[in-house]
Design a protein around this ligand. Sequence first.
Ligand code: SF4
Length: 251
Amino acid sequence: MVKAQGAYICGEETALLSSLEGLRPEVRTRPPFPSQYGLFGKPTAVNNVETLANVYAILSDGGTAFKAIGTAKSSGTKLLSLDSHFNNPGLYEVDMGTPLLVVIKELGGGLKEPIKAFHIGGPLGGLVPFHKIADLTIDFESFASQGFLLGHASILSIPTRFPLLEYLEHLFAFTAHESCGKCFPCRIGSVRGKELLQKARAGNYQIDRELWDDLIDTLEKGSLCALGGGLPLPVKNAMQYFPAELGAYFK
Ligand code: SF4
């Protein structure tokens, strides 16, 4: 057993391997992929616990039984976590293809206060505005087709009263804190984004929209892994669906 320090970036497979080897948890360039050159140079398969739990079900019940659950492309079940804004918060397992509306109303028991958006799939998942929930089912294809990301399917509520600009600032601050520092778009871009949002939130400052779009584009296309590369998705969702709230902070 290896006792690690709990860095978010260790969710990225090559950073995890570096950490297991006693190095800084820094992302490695690929190729070579871990399946060819992984832990201490040996071929290594890295999978998350949810995937391994599915392997057990497939081996014990058979592949056909597993395929019978879920949708044509997203087989099996999905673990969801609902935050404390739900009347029934907690961890749930649902069949792939379950309507998001059923999850929110029936499993979650509705919400304790008005919510304007859900951040689904972790910090790098999509920001789903409340009016879109009826369009989504819990499977990878549904979320991708609507411009979101199912990811690990955590459902975090953003109350109507909570300023979205502050939420975006938090996402940039989180990325800046957790960045492994290997590539400059993420290492520098996350800090610059945080600074711009902090200045706009402090008042009397509008962010240049062209500069902002350039920053988001650079993060998305130039980052080495999904931390810097994934941050733009919730930011773009927020810009698309909440222009009335965010527009005043940009010029
Ligand atoms: S995107 Fe961020 S976390 Fe990923 S390799 Fe680059 S600096 Fe590291």
